[in-house]
Design a protein around this ligand. Structure first.
Ligand SMILES: NC(=O)c1ccc[n+]([C@@H]2O[C@H](COP(=O)([O-])OP(=O)(O)OC[C@H]3O[C@@H](n4cnc5c(N)ncnc54)[C@H](O)[C@@H]3O)[C@@H](O)[C@H]2O)c1
Length: 334
């Protein structure tokens, strides 16, 4: 199976490619990435020279480019997206471009060429905030609260409409918050680790009471592999692992793994439109595809903290003032 992966030099895409490139289910993996700020060629440097891997720099917002490179694919996994909520508040335009126009171009190329499977990689944020005790399943209403989530919901809606209208073989996955190696320093866990290492205060939005459900990136990657090989076109699969925790609790756990004190935490102005709680029911993928998360949360968090401690040369050039900013939605973006 020739697999085209978009956004494969970002956090989840690079972890995904590392897991599939030597899997005999896939004869070739082509990685299309525009090399936007969150990507890094070093993430897959070890694949340089691997005959089963090819990197092509390009933008999925360019329809001709996408058509050319999707033509011969057997399957496509669309990770490519602008992915940071705070940046989408500062400037939604790049999100509309990559996440909606880009996804549309990928869908068109998949439809025109009768590609066997497209996974549109989406997020639990499309459901919006859950009440206490509530967990959204795949049939729940979408109610996105910020421009990032709204663009992801739009792309999903297009993907599902292509299945219903044209019979295009699309699947949507909605995953909870990921953590693990190679995550860009602006995201909560790496930002906490890096700021603490630099002796800076660690910002927590508002009172830190928002709660999120966390999954180790390699469990997400395994779920996507399962969906690719066994998922049914036209279906949506929620993907989640552990019980949730508040942002404050998570930051305290990270600091404690680093031997640092909770006094480093600083409550800062809350993100506008900040969803209070994300919670999804992932029983469908467990039941229908037999996927289970394999990594235990505390152990995976420890490994992640260790990875950042041991890979300072990876994050140092990426840990700019804007990446580590305490209120990034206030930074002007195009
Ligand atoms: N990180 C999470 O917790 C999480 C959870 C659920 C779903 N997702 C989804 O998973 C996907 C990957 O997320 P991530 O955290 O790895 O993001 P990331 O920002 O680390 O990576 C995104 C990659 O997409 C590329 N890209 C962006 N726009 C592009 C374009 N127009 N053309 C080609 N490449 C482009 C970037 O260069 C980057 O390499 C996204 O679709 C995101 O919505 C992420």
């Amino acid at each position: 199976m020739k697999l085209v992966v978009t956004g494969g030099l970002g956090f989840i895409g690079s972890n995904f490619i590392r897991q599939v490139v030597d899997d005999d289910s896939f004869s070739k993996v082509v990685n299309i990435d525009a090399l936007h700020y969150g990507s890094d060629p070093r993430n897959l440097a070890e694949l340089h020279g691997n005959a089963r891997y090819e990197f092509i720099r390009g933008d999925i917002a360019n329809p001709g480019f996408v058509r050319r490179h999707v033509r011969s694919a057997d399957a496509v996994v669309n990770f490519a997206a602008e992915s940071h909520v705070d940046r989408s508040i500062a400037g939604p335009a790049p999100f509309v471009r990559s996440n909606i126009i880009g996804a549309y171009n990928v869908l068109e190329a998949v439809r025109e060429n009768g590609v066997g499977m497209l996974i549109q990689v989406s997020t639990d944020e499309v459901y919006g905030s859950a009440e206490a005790g509530e967990a959204f399943d795949e049939g729940s209403m979408l109610n996105p609260s910020n421009p990032y989530a709204a663009t992801k919901a739009s792309a999903e809606a297009l993907a599902m409409s292509y299945h219903k209208t044209y019979g295009t073989r699309t699947v949507v996955t909605r995953c909870s918050n990921n953590f693990g190696p190679y995550q860009f320093p602006e995201k909560l866990i790496p930002k906490t680790i890096i700021r603490a290492l630099k002796g800076m205060k660690v910002p927590v939005y508002g009172k830190g009471v928002q709660s999120r459900s966390w999954i180790y990136v390699l469990d997400h990657v395994e779920a996507l592999k399962r969906v690719l090989l066994k998922g049914r076109p036209g279906e949506v699969y929620n993907i989640a692992a552990w019980s949730e925790m508040t942002n404050r609790d998570l930051v305290e756990r990270v600091l404690s793994l680093m031997g640092k004190d909770g006094d480093l935490i600083e409550n800062v102005e809350d993100r506008p439109g900040h969803d209070r709680r994300y919670s999804i029911d992932a029983s469908k993928i467990r039941r229908d595809l037999g996927w289970r998360p394999k990594h235990e949360f505390d152990e995976a968090l420890r490994e992640t903290v260790d990875w950042y401690l041991n890979n300072r040369s990876w994050w140092r050039p990426l840990a700019t003032r804007s990446a580590l900013h305490e209120a990034p939605w206030k930074l002007r973006r195009g």
